[in-house]
Design a protein around this ligand. Structure first.
Ligand code: 3PG
Ligand code: MG
Length: 396
């Protein structure tokens, strides 16, 4: 790997500034999903074991550069303490007096969490002065926040240029899984891309058609492609103004030898609603007054057959309106097939981005994939072939 890891760093008695992503969902003051917190545990334990003192830098929400008690990181303390099983202290500010005092009081075996870095405008602006003031708190920088690495912020990018820096364990795991899936994959390689809009995933589709052998397009964006090919999609969610773009992507795929899989059959209903009255039809037969809410069983069969011949799968986005039963059927069935092939040892499966993890959890297979990324925007930008500033800064 072109970047250093914790194994390369001398940490004994050193204050290690660790950028983590604990931007977790909270309801009524309680963390409702601890996945991101659990992922950073190995890094913090390794630092403690090597005699280092972990000081955590993190953002929470988007407070826009001013302190906001509703976006205080205090709310994650109970979950963080439970996951780590060691004392976790808190400083009310990530720079200045409170931070310096808390760092100086930190004993070996303990962890310190600093308040939301985004309470300072210098964070998102990546101001050198602000980066220098957080860097001054420690001696080593460790970035374990892949899911924030698409942001060139002071705590993800600027600081890495000021201190000896390395990737944490979660960052390492994330980068190796992503490299195995897209940079240096075992072929054939299939990508599944779903979700509502082609317009938000143009760069993604454009990059994938030149890299993958099979591209499954699902969800609302499949409708845009169907419509662009002259197929009536009724009242379906579709971006008709994107027809030329969709046709360009199909042409690019044909040129690159990428096999595009669009729905062969569809599940349609008159309303966008759970348990709406529905029927399954061939793709060309969507009634004028109905909308496509899922791919049908013939499509799932086709995806499964092609997937069975693949060695690597990268998945982003659901195939239908998975949040409404029973329109999650295609997503669930395809995800179960991927899990089965992964467990049988013939497929490397990597998934991530936005709704994807929720969809795979719903299918009950999230723990049967090779790797599930907790990243939203960063996973997408990485799949688009973009350089992530937080990762790039670790290489300098
Ligand atoms: C996320 O939740 O996607 C990351 O923590 C990044 O947050 P952001 O989109 O507010 O930068
Ligand atoms: Mg985001």
């Amino acid at each position: 790997m072109p970047w250093k890891t914790l194994d390369d760093m001398e940490l004994a008695d050193k204050v290690v500034l660790v950028r983590v992503d604990i931007n977790v969902p909270v309801e009524n003051g309680v963390v409702t999903d601890t996945t991101r917190i659990n992922r950073i545990v190995p890094t913090i334990k390794d630092i403690l074991e090597k005699g280092g003192k972990p000081v955590l830098l993190a953002h929470f929400g988007r407070p826009g550069g001013t302190p906001n008690p509703d976006m205080s990181l205090k709310v994650v303390l109970p979950a963080l303490r439970a996951a780590l099983g060691v004392p976790v202290h808190f400083a009310e500010n990530c720079v200045g007096g409170p931070a310096k005092i808390a760092v100086s009081k930190l004993e070996s075996g303990e962890v310190l969490l600093l308040e939301n870095t985004r309470f300072h405008a210098g964070e998102t602006k990546n101001e050198p002065m602000f980066a220098a003031s957080i860097a001054a708190l420690g001696e080593v920088y460790c970035n374990d926040a892949f899911s924030a690495a698409h942001r060139a912020h002071a705590s993800t990018e600027g600081i890495a240029r000021l201190l000896p820096s390395c990737a944490g364990r979660a960052m390492q795991a994330e980068l190796s899984a992503l490299e195995a899936a897209l940079s240096d994959p075992k072929r054939p390689l299939m990508a599944v891309v779903g979700g509502a809009k082609v317009s938000s995933k143009l760069d993604l589709l454009g990059n994938l058609v030149s890299r993958v052998d099979h591209l499954v397009i699902g969800g609302g964006m499949a409708n845009t492609f169907l419509a662009a090919q002259g197929i009536n999609v009724g009242t379906s969610l579709a971006e008709h103004e994107m027809a030329d773009t969709a046709r360009d992507i199909l042409a690019k795929a044909a040129h690159a030898g990428c096999n595009i899989l669009l729905p062969l059959d569809i599940v349609v209903a008159a309303e966008f609603k759970a348990n709406a009255e529905h029927k399954t039809l061939p793709v060309a037969e969507c009634p004028e007054d109905m909308m496509i809410l899922d791919a049908g069983p013939e499509t799932v069969e086709k995806i499964s057959t092609v997937m069975a011949g693949c060695r690597t799968l990268i998945w982003n986005g659901p195939l239908g309106a998975f949040e409404l039963t029973p329109f999650d059927a295609a997503t669930v069935a395809a995800a179960q097939k991927a899990a089965e092939l992964t467990q049988a040892g013939t497929l490397i499966s990597v998934a991530g981005g936005g709704d994807t993890v929720a969809a795979l959890n719903q299918a009950g297979v999230a723990d049967q994939f090779t790797y599930i990324s907790t990243a939203g925007g960063a996973f997408l930008e990485w799949m688009e072939g973009k350089t992530l500033p937080g990762v790039a800064a670790l290489m300098t």
